[in-house]
Design a protein around this ligand. Structure first.
Ligand SMILES: [Fe+2]
Length: 382
């Protein structure tokens, strides 16, 4: 005979046994075993860590991936040759990824809806296992006379409609596609560069509210995301216009990044990888490093646009702020170990190897500390 019961006691709190025998006679004590299970051992839906939760949180971020044919059947018209490498590398490592953010230029369907089907089939192993969040890029949104900030033909007439219907984002207005994610110790503020972001606009108000309203004691890691490069890039197509960013990008937003102490700003659009020193108003406030400790100096800007689409070239003149470059396919991985240590890794899609990385070690009191232009000005009279 097998006797089973639930006790509510842990095996460390009580010794389980069965007392049995004929009534009125000597009773025998037989030892029993304990089997336990918890929420984690079941096949249940996994909720995200609550805002401020202190657990290891791993977030993969990249832009500009697109899709490709596994059998090479479209090789002569393949604009996104690195796409399968990125997808396959993420699938291989899914057990070490909690959240994926595809930072604009999703599938380059240009109005051909079957290409969205091809893309969603390609990312299904990822998107069916972990949250797959997207941002808006020029290839989702831009079309002349449609209200996009740029009047290019890049969306092929989609105007963001397939993207916003196929991928849910927690935006107040999904047509605007700017939103925030509170994920454990992270806050992500995700802008939409295809709509106006300049001071006085609705989007600018959103960005300031997103950056200013986070409780850094609970969520120390503040990350700004946008598809086009609003910070710094050495791409030749910016250089050809005599600039290193989208015009009116950092001019509009750098005071906010500095004031609210944004740890990292991440962009796509330029197909490749580049990392700056901690920089403000075009000047390195601190020396570029693999390890930052203590008080915040300035935001580190990173372009992670090598998800899969054909690579962009860099200018031959290397800017002083350009610390690391990689003209290859790859993706970023952010690991928040706890409230004081964040690891940023840039990995190559071809083999998953880490090509560039840095850590930030920062206490809450360091976040509160004043640096350049991020605390109220004081005067002798004050
Ligand atoms: Fe783009």
């Amino acid at each position: 005979m097998t006797v089973t019961w639930t006790s509510g006691y842990g095996s460390s709190e009580a010794t389980p046994f069965v007392k049995w025998g004929i009534q009125g006679q000597i009773q025998i004590l037989s030892p029993a075993g304990t089997l336990t299970f918890s929420r984690e051992t079941m096949c249940r839906f996994k909720a995200p860590p609550y805002p401020g939760e202190d657990s290891q949180q791993r977030v993969v971020i990249f832009g500009d991936m697109g899709k490709a044919e596994a059998d090479g059947s479209n090789v002569y018209n393949d604009f996104e040759p690195g796409s399968l490498n990125t997808t396959n590398q993420l699938i291989k490592d899914l057990k070490n990824i909690d959240l994926v953010i595809h930072n604009g230029d999703i599938c380059y369907a240009s109005g051909y809806l079957s290409q969205w089907d091809q893309f969603t089939a390609q990312v299904e192993p990822i998107a069916s296992t972990v949250p797959y969040m997207i941002g808006s890029g020029n290839h989702e949104r831009d079309w002349p006379g449609s209200g996009s900030f740029y009047g290019t033909l890049d969306s092929g007439g989609e105007c963001g409609v397939p993207a916003q219907n196929m991928f849910y984002v927690p935006a107040e207005n999904r047509e605007q596609f700017w939103y925030s994610i509170d994920y454990g110790m992270f806050r992500f503020c995700i802008a939409n560069t295809e709509l106006d972001w300049r001071p006085g606009t609705e989007q600018y108000k959103f960005i300031e509210h997103c950056l200013s309203s986070v409780d850094r004691q609970k969520q120390p890691w503040l990350i700004f995301l946008a598809h086009r490069v609003l910070g710094y890039s050495s791409a030749t197509f910016y250089g050809a216009e005599g600039t290193t960013e989208e015009p009116m990008g950092r001019e509009s937003l750098q005071s906010l990044w500095q004031k609210y102490k944004v740890d990292i700003a991440i962009y796509g659009h330029v197909h490749g990888y580049e990392r700056t020193c901690p920089i403000y108003e075009n000047v390195c406030v601190a020396k570029a490093s693999d390890r930052y400790t203590g008080a915040f100096t300035a935001t580190t800007h990173v372009v992670v646009g090598g998800g899969g689409a054909s690579l962009a070239e860099y200018t031959s003149v290397r800017a002083r702020w350009s610390h690391a470059q990689d003209l290859d396919y790859g993706f970023a991985k952010l690991t928040a170990f706890n409230h004081t240590t964040l690891l940023f890794e840039y990995k190559k899609s071809r083999d998953g190897s880490v090509h560039d990385h840095f850590t930030i070690d920062r206490d809450y009191r360091d976040i509160l500390a004043c640096g350049v232009d991020n605390c109220p000005e004081t005067t002798l009279a004050a």
